[in-house]
Ligand binder design. Structure first.
Ligand code: COS
Length: 380
């Protein structure tokens, strides 16, 4: 088994690290406080080729592998997970889905600007009454011959305002339940689409989140992705790949917290010595490091499986569940190591803790991942 990264993978990791530590760090606290969308950074990340990392260059992407993607997301998330979620949704949910399942015309028209980062995308599956229980889509897409007519509401949509292109799941044949769901490419400025207010979130505050309402929205037939009724399988296959991105984000948040806690423990003195010399702190740091390494291995294994066209359903669920729960534990420990300083914004670890919380919730809660994993454990 080869645990070494290629030169190209290391270069990508370094480029992401340099950008995060030189640029993203500068205004991260202000963006978090005021919930400012990182427009300038998204443009710069697009120039680095990070908005369509795994898409063929033919369609505006960088043609990199998923392992490189994990490395880049980890580095960006160490400093600013709000920015990495915008990047992750564009890469994993929007570009991946179009690249794998879109037809040639759809890719030329929609994937190319998304993968090159000229525009960004959003993925609209969740609804007020269909979050984890995603088969029960209430948004309808009535087949009107040469177009579909969409009505309904989507909730918790990251990039809802900043995106130009939406991937939307809606029910066309309710009697067929999840087998009647379709996925559509919809331009945000289409008549009949409106947004709810900006959600004032606990963390990931500079990524924009809204609900999105569809009122008699006409969608051309050629904007349906795949065959009639393919939408739920499409969403599941896209999400299982997307979960590698969120797992890597959780990994980065935890790594960032460990770096900060380690630096603090080597500086801060108590009882006559640096607190790192007290086993209570040193052992905590050791536990954090082991958990992070476990998560990194799960993320890289899932990425390797994807790059080698092997099944990833269980591997990506394990990576996401473990990394997200681990990030919550590690960031909590990082705050504890900082004591009172950990509870104020200037030291960043409280922000990392708030960001970690969302990784246990979005793109499938930790409980949803356990459904996927336990079904596999229990199968015949
Ligand atoms: N790949 C391909 N197909 C999949 C799949 C996958 N990873 N997972 C499920 N499916 C298919 C199943 O094969 C089944 O199709 P058929 O009935 O045609 O065989 C269908 O999808 C329904 O699957 P299942 O019966 O397992 O559905 P459940 O209602 O039990 O739900 C969970 C399964 C909970 C795992 C699913 O609904 C889920 O992932 N929910 C969370 C959604 C989510 O992540 N939301 C976050 C917001 S989006 S950013």
């Amino acid at each position: 088994m080869d645990f070494e990264f290629s030169e190209e993978q290391l270069m990508i990791q370094q480029a992401a690290r340099d950008y995060a530590q030189r640029e993203l760090i500068q205004d991260v606290l202000e963006r978090d406080e005021k919930a400012i969308f990182p427009e300038k950074h998204i443009k710069n990340l697009a120039e680095l080729g990070f908005m369509g990392m795994m898409v063929d260059p033919e369609y505006g992407g960088s043609g990199m592998d998923t392992v490189s993607y994990v490395l880049a997301i980890e580095e960006i998330s160490k400093i600013d997970a709000s920015t990495s979620v915008i990047m992750s949704i564009n890469n994993s949910l929007v570009c991946f889905g179009l690249n794998k399942f879109g037809n040639k015309e759809q890719k030329q028209k929609y994937l190319t600007p998304l993968a090159s980062g000229q525009v960004i995308g959003a993925f609209l599956l969740s609804e007020p009454e269909a979050g984890s229980d995603a088969t029960h889509q209430h948004t309808t897409a009535e087949d009107k011959g040469d177009y579909y007519l969409l009505n309904g509401t989507k909730n918790w949509i990251s990039n809802a305002n900043s995106a130009s292109t939406y991937i939307v799941m809606a029910q066309t044949h309710p009697e067929k339940r999840h087998r009647g769901i379709n996925a559509f490419i919809i331009e945000k400025n289409t008549q009949g689409i409106s947004l709810g207010p900006h959600e004032d979130k606990m963390g990931m505050r500079s990524s924009d989140t809204h609900s999105v309402m569809f009122s008699d929205v006409k969608v051309p037939k050629e904007n349906r992705i795949g065959a009639d009724g393919f939408g739920f399988k499409f969403a599941m296959m896209v999400l299982e790949a997307g979960r590698i991105g969120i797992a890597s984000q959780a990994l980065g948040i935890a790594s960032g917290a460990l770096e900060r806690a380690t630096a603090y423990a080597k500086e801060r003195k108590a009882f006559g010595t640096e607190i790192a010399n007290h086993q209570a702190i040193a052992f905590k740091l050791a536990d954090m490091a082991v958990k992070i390494e476990n998560a990194r291995n799960l993320c890289l294994k899932a990425a390797w499986l994807k790059d080698n066209h092997k099944p990833i359903t269980v591997a990506s669920a394990m990576a996401k569940q473990y990394a997200a729960d681990m990030a919550m534990e590690v960031t909590t420990d990082a705050v504890q190591i900082h004591g009172g300083y950990g509870y104020v914004k200037e030291y960043h670890v409280e922000r990392l803790m708030r960001e970690a919380k969302l990784t246990q919730i979005y793109e499938g809660t930790s409980e949803v991942q356990k459904i996927v994993i336990s079904r596999d454990v229990l199968k015949d």
